[in-house]
Design a protein around this ligand. Structure first.
Ligand code: BGC
Length: 423
């Protein structure tokens, strides 16, 4: 069965959370431009039943969400039963609705105490995370078959140790690479733990993929930057799993080469795909590599480029694993634009599936308008709107109803095709 769903992450929706992002915010680090404070998220921790009913209403048969680590383990060694019980109720409710849960263990946030280890820079952080992961797996692997260890590890590491926009806000690219290595080590340990509890469980990483194009095709430096950045974002991790070696050579910036025993321990690659970027070389000592959106069309200023999804799917398929589109979406107030976005990207999905690519699911980002990190609540990715002035009232948008229609259409077509195959 093809998984049709939408995605969220705990911190971006739940509310009532104290973690490294809320203290980072309290420290004034996010107060820029249109940014609004986190406050209470969008109160999903209270309203989850109602939200899950909307999944059903929109014809989803799957849902991707994450567990907020700081809620479960507010102090080292202290695991709270109450939130675990609520997550269990949530999973049970999804299952009772016929909705397959896809559970993410790490989506950008940490308990504050985790920063004692200078997050992910030290091997102790690997142990701390895998202890937490074991607790969750022990509790939920009987009910949850599809798991994601990490959401966008490269994006997080870049935010935390590259451009310093995420806590701990350090600029050190060698450290960033070590952090990525430690995260991958944690992934492989989580893989072993999960399989020891449930053999048929499926574990993946939700990886951010971007298509890059040189600004001037006649200009070698633009093409060179394209290749370097493509390797860093789209290739480095996939190769690490296959070659047991994590390496990057970005002249003037970072060089790293380390053996890492991953042994291809990953069941599927999650693709988070949003846009294409253009690369340009500039004569600037401070920032010679320019990345920009041509024809920005969404409220995030991103280009819409459905063909890129095809390119990425075919690129990832070359590594032989199953593929799930774990995020794909648009920030817009224009529902006609959201519909068109969905129509075009789902057409790519259908064609690639027909061509025999091992595509197992599609998850739109996001179920609800939510907290969009550095942009507060200003970017509306949701299939469902949230009224912050009226008790967080939810309303399914035209895009949400349209997605439901497409799911139905594609599921019926699939069903017919399978029937013809059988006869
Ligand atoms: C992240 C989400 C984020 C989305 C839209 C992804 O990079 O996983 O948390 O909200 O993109 O920017």
């Amino acid at each position: 069965m093809f998984l049709w769903g939408s995605s969220t992450s705990a911190f971006q929706i739940e509310g009532d959370i104290n973690n490294d992002f809320t203290s980072w915010e309290r420290g004034g680090n996010f107060s820029t431009g249109s940014y609004q404070n986190y406050n209470n998220g969008i109160n999903h921790w209270e309203m989850w039943r109602e939200d899950f009913d909307l999944l059903k209403e929109m014809g989803h048969n799957a849902y991707r969400f994450s567990i907020e680590w700081s809620r479960i383990q507010p102090f080292p060694g202290v695991y709270l039963e109450e939130p675990l019980r609520q997550y269990e109720e949530m999973i049970d409710y999804l299952l009772s609705l016929g909705i397959e849960p896809l559970l993410t263990l790490h989506h950008f946030t940490h308990p504050e105490w985790f920063h004692e280890y200078s997050p992910w820079d030290k091997i102790e952080s690997v142990t701390a995370f895998t202890n937490f992961a074991r607790k969750i797996i022990e509790r939920f692997s009987g009910k949850v078959r599809y798991w994601i260890s990490f959401n966008e590890p490269v994006v997080w590491a870049l935010g935390a140790y590259g451009d310093a926009k995420f806590p701990p806000g350090i600029k050190d690219l060698t450290k960033m690479m070590r952090v990525i290595e430690n995260i991958l080590t944690a992934h492989s340990l989580v893989y072993d733990i999960l399989k020891s509890y449930r053999e048929d469980a499926q574990l993946g990483i939700a990886k951010h993929f971007t298509v890059f194009r040189e600004s001037r095709s006649w200009f070698f430096p633009d093409r060179k930057i394209r290749d370097l950045i493509h390797y860093f974002f789209n290739v480095m991790l996939l190769e690490a799993f296959r070659e047991n070696r994590l390496q990057i050579n970005f002249p003037q910036m970072v060089k790293y080469d380390s053996k890492i025993k991953l042994d291809n321990k990953i069941d599927f690659w999650g693709i988070n795909y949003y846009y294409r970027l253009h690369t340009k070389f500039r004569l600037s000592f401070k920032n010679p590599f320019q990345l920009y959106h041509q024809n920005p069309a969404t409220d995030s200023g991103w280009e819409i480029y459905p063909k890129g999804l095809k390119k990425i799917i075919r690129h990832v398929a070359g590594y032989g694993k199953d593929i799930i589109i774990t995020e794909n979406g648009i920030a817009t107030l224009d529902e006609e634009q959201r519909k068109k976005f969905l129509r075009k990207h789902l057409r790519v999905i259908r064609r690639q599936k027909e061509k025999g690519i091992k595509l197992k699911g599609y998850f739109y980002w996001s179920l609800l308008d939510n907290y969009e990190w550095l942009h507060g609540y200003s970017k509306k990715f949701g299939l469902v709107s949230v009224d912050h002035n009226d008790g967080y009232r939810r309303e399914v948008k035209a895009g949400g109803l349209y997605y439901a229609k497409l799911i139905k259409k594609y599921t019926i077509n699939d069903f017919k095709k399978n029937k013809t195959k059988e006869t």
